[in-house]
Design a protein around this ligand. Structure first.
Ligand SMILES: O=C(CO)[C@H](O)[C@H](O)COP(=O)(O)O
Ligand SMILES: [Fe+2]
Length: 217
């Protein structure tokens, strides 16, 4: 089963509650919330108070993608604010295993995100502890970038490691996913699809969501 997670990075930040309603009514599964600190990535977005203010306005679980240095400092805050899944970047964690245990001890799902340049070997030792791996298919920091095709091999390799070890770990892809390339990532093994600009910048959110689902297979 493919899950679709619209990224609010490309939504109208002045009308977030309305934007969330639109993607929920279009049948999306998760709400992808991109948190950027201006250090780990060269952009700043939002923090726990805004996530908290959206809590209760949507039935979609909040999938919070932390693109921040030393994310341990904010895990409790984002859990209290309503996160159901917390993704931390392996590149931002000094003690990744400890951070994953920290997230799980708060009662939410734990995921690790990998920049395009980061090899799968950096997470192989924690795979058993994860609910999801986020393969970045662009360099994190901005919406509307082009998909990096060499990430398809990385997705395939991850899928084969997960299958070989008989694990129940989702593979999420994030960055540059559109109706015309989603089939490539799902064929490679991804089952959680993030799409920001493709959904929010489209003329019809409903039609685009349908098209992404149909093409995802
Ligand atoms: O994490 C992200 C960027 O760092 C965003 O989730 C991602 O870029 C989604 O936007 P788009 O679909 O427009 O690429
Ligand atoms: Fe993201």
């Amino acid at each position: 089963m493919i899950k679709l997670a619209p990224s609010i990075l490309s939504a109208d930040f002045g009308n977030l509650a309305y934007e969330i309603k639109r993607v929920e009514e279009a049948g999306c599964d998760l709400l992808h919330i991109d948190v950027m600190d201006g250090h780990f990535v060269p952009n700043i977005t939002l923090g726990p108070p805004i996530v908290q203010s959206l809590k209760g306005r949507s039935k979609m679980p909040f999938d919070v993608h932390l693109m921040i240095e030393d994310p341990d400092r904010y895990i409790e805050d984002f859990v209290k604010a309503g996160a159901a899944i917390l993704s931390v970047h392996s590149e931002a964690c000094t003690h990744l295993h400890r951070t994953i245990q920290h997230i799980k001890s708060c009662g939410v799902k734990a995921a690790v995100a990998l920049n395009p340049a980061t090899p799968l070997s950096s997470i192989e030792y924690v795979l058993e502890d994860l609910d999801m791996v986020l393969i970045m298919t662009v360099n994190p920091g901005f919406g509307g970038q082009r998909f990096i095709p060499s990430m398809l091999d990385k997705i395939k390799q991850l899928k084969s490691i997960i299958d070989e070890r008989k694990l129940d770990v989702d593979i999420q892809v994030d960055g540059g996913i559109k109706p015309d390339n989603v089939h490539l990532v799902t064929a490679a093994g991804a089952n959680v699809i993030v799409a920001g600009s493709a959904i929010f910048n489209s003329d019809s959110i409903e039609a685009t969501v349908k098209e992404i689902r149909k093409n995802a297979g």
